[in-house]
Design a protein around this ligand. Structure first.
Ligand code: CU
Length: 162
């Protein structure tokens, strides 16, 4: 009985992986290099949803970061502040951009600085598409599209921690 349950679970997760590679595609994944001693970093990408409405629920990269949160960036007065979001809606047929100054995947408690030229695996959990594996290259800050907002990497950004 136990082994039957196990193989059933295994089959389900294999199906989820196959579904994940279909309707949802992750394009242009990248993370900015971080200065020595930095405890946080951010991952950006485009989510191309060619299927029905889905939601990005969470992400993990256990070798790289102690924890990961989904963040959005809001302008409060003249200050750019990051806020954790529970999930990110991925509308049917839309491309949702995670980019500097907007939505991003926040790497918290980095185990080591991110160095340009490296890459690391990131696991994304989606409500319908299941589990997606993404390889994220680390790029030089200057190579990021547009300018990085000043709140990133300067130590005064809030991460919802006491
Ligand atoms: Cu953030």
């Amino acid at each position: 009985m136990k082994s039957f349950l196990f193989s059933l679970l295994f089959t389900c997760s294999a199906l989820a992986l196959a579904a994940g590679s279909g309707a949802i595609q992750i394009a242009k994944p990248q993370a900015a290099e971080t200065p020595p001693g930095a405890k946080t970093g951010a991952v950006y990408f485009d989510v191309v949803n060619s299927g029905e409405l889905d939601r990005l629920l969470s992400a993990e990269a256990k070798d790289i970061a102690g924890s990961i949160e989904l963040h959005t960036t809001l302008l409060e007065g003249t200050l750019m502040k990051m806020r954790q979001v529970e999930a990110v809606d991925l509308a049917a047929g839309e491309t949702i951009s995670f980019k500097p100054g907007g939505l991003h995947v926040m790497l918290i408690d980095l185990k080591q600085p991110l160095q340009a030229g490296q890459s690391f695996p990131l696991t994304l959990h989606l409500e319908k598409a299941g589990v997606l594996q993404v390889t994220v290259p680390v790029v030089k800050r200057a190579a990021m599209m547009d300018a990085m907002p000043p709140h990133h990497g300067q130590g005064h950004a809030e991460h919802g921690k006491p």
